[in-house]
Design a protein around this ligand. Structure first.
Ligand code: GUN
Length: 286
């Protein structure tokens, strides 16, 4: 049976370390890192994420600023708010919760956030840095996934990594990170041929497709490390359940190590958001 990679424990450890860094910033530089989260609309999943983010921000000793705007807020109003947060010295990190309502241009909004305060790592400057020489902000979900992989496997050099999913938020930045870590990287997607066979070549398999339990145990190389990024809400036996993109029961009989859903990648994503905010605050403190 696979080792369970406990994301809650990893996240707790990261937050404990962050709390120490935050208290040093307070005592040595009189600086309290601040994270502003902007939510447009009423999407229930987004509301839960935003609440969790705010709670954990405060728990590590940071300041949390929440801005909730109506679904019909126009783009100019949102861009004005971002401009004021860019100029606010108490704010070191800005996150605009995605998805945005369809009448708002997501690309424009993401790139309106100052790249120095872009704790999502979605701004073009940070995407460019990740794909060149580094030094920018790394997106939270791939960063958390990489931390758990390194903790589980140590040096990743020479390992075959297959990422299923090519999103800007997870698939592409995950590929860049694993390439930097000297893996041989393949990005698979909905048009990939022989997906099952390809997955069976992976020493590291990252599932980020958003399709419940798509990846089965017999797609997995024995002993492989599986990172399940999926968070899918399904109805089963009359109850609502959260499941990943990997069929956990069959996969955990074959894999060497696997992240569960819930309790795997999810908690690490939020902890990495706090990590990115503290990094930005430390850069300002010098
Ligand atoms: N929506 C789902 N995941 C994310 C994320 O990592 N950042 C933002 N801003 N929105 C999201």
């Amino acid at each position: 049976m696979a080792t369970v990679i406990n994301g809650k424990e990893h996240a707790q450890q990261l937050r404990d370390n962050l709390a120490i860094e935050v208290s040093k910033l307070k005592s040595d530089h009189a600086l309290v890192p601040g994270l502003a989260v902007v939510l447009v609309g009423e999407d229930p999943a987004s509301q839960i994420y935003v609440r969790n983010k705010a709670k954990q921000t405060v728990e590590v000793g940071m300041k949390s600023f929440e801005h909730r705007l109506d679904t019909d807020t126009d783009e100019v109003t949102l861009l004005d708010l971002i401009a004021s947060l860019n100029a606010d010295d108490a704010v070191h990190g800005i996150l605009v919760q995605l998805p945005l309502p369809p009448h708002i241009d997501e690309f424009k909004v993401i790139n309106a956030v100052s790249h120095d305060k872009d704790v999502d790592g979605f701004h073009l400057m940070n995407v460019g840095r990740l794909n060149t020489d580094g030094g920018g902000v790394v997106p939270c979900t791939p960063l958390g996934s990489l931390m758990m992989l390194k903790s589980q496997l140590g040096d990743l050099t020479g390992l075959n990594a297959v990422i299923v999913g090519r999103s800007n938020i997870v698939g592409k930045p995950m590929a860049a990170l694993l390439l930097k870590a000297n893996c041989t990287v393949t990005i698979a997607h909905s048009r990939t041929k022989n997906l099952e066979e390809l997955c069976r070549t992976a020493d590291i398999l990252v599932a980020a497709v958003g399709r419940p339990r798509m990846i089965q145990g017999d797609w997995i190389k024995p002993g492989a490390t599986v990172i399940d990024v999926g968070i899918n809400r399904i109805e089963e036996n009359g109850a609502t359940k959260l499941v990943g993109d990997v069929d956990y029961l069959s996969a955990s009989e074959v894999a060497g190590a696997i992240t569960p859903v819930p309790g795997g990648v999810g908690p690490m994503t939020i902890a990495c958001l706090l990590h990115n905010t503290v990094q930005q605050a430390k850069r300002i403190a010098g």
